[in-house]
Design a protein around this ligand. Sequence first.
Ligand code: PXG
Length: 300
Amino acid sequence: MDVYIDGKFYPKADAKISVFDHGLLYGDGIFEGIRVYNNCIFKLDEHLERLEYSAKGIAMELPWSRKEIADATVESCRRNGIVNGYIRMVVTRGVGDLGLSPRNCSKPTLIIIADTIKLYPEEFYKNGIKLITVPTRRMNVAALPPMIKSLNYLNNILAKIEALQHGFHECLLLNDQGYVSECSGDNLFLIHKGRLLTPASYAGALVGITRQSVMEIAAQLKLPMVETNLTRYDVFNADEAFLTGSAAEVVPVIELDGRQIGAGKPGKITGKILEAFRKKVTKDGTHIKPVLKKKTPAKK
Ligand code: PXG
């Protein structure tokens, strides 16, 4: 596997960055996680737009155009023969001196890893996942806005550790006011009386690309969609629940804190959304290879 770093490709073993890179020293940087489905880099443009927003959020000027990053991404997939996979794109503040100031960092570093991904066990999609609310709260929007997909993931990792310690794969994080924010690396949706509900980003949720795709699907299916404050009470009383993420896709949630949600099995509307999502992923995006048109047989 070859990894892209600042305009060059390096074999995996030689793909290294400086210990003076502020991405490592201070978590000063941003990233994206992007799926590839059947040669289609799903919503690449939307991911790159979010990367630009994250860069603005941390006062970093990206020295590359969106097209330049997109071309490097496509090339990373081609070179590694990725047809179905996962792209991890990282932009660090770059190499600097010791000390917080980014002013002594000469230029940002762009890393693109195009690899395959281990999917969640099929069991999660068939039977649903159980969540636990963890004590760690999602950080406040005024501290580090959770809309920024930054390299500071300790808030999420602490939550994940708490979930794992209790035997759960995924958890629910509340914000400092006690409202539902999201899972450790996924957004949460509820379905109540035919309406889709999800926390707004200012409640501590990342503006997920899969979340946005689900909103598009809801519009197609004519499901009313509301971004609102939600509490655990709303989760307990939901008819259905599911989580979304580039890696997770759409996973039904059947339980929170030992309490059954709805019928305690993946719901019908969740199933419809998952089905629509699976159709969407090979269409909405940037194709790695030009799509070959089928030859129409010559008329006799
Ligand atoms: N919330 C958080 C905190 C996330 O990090 C999502 C929601 C879902 O967003 P998308 O755009 O993927 O629908 C994420 C997703 C990784 C990795 O290693 C990336 C995420 C989560 C976990 C691992 O690349 N980001």
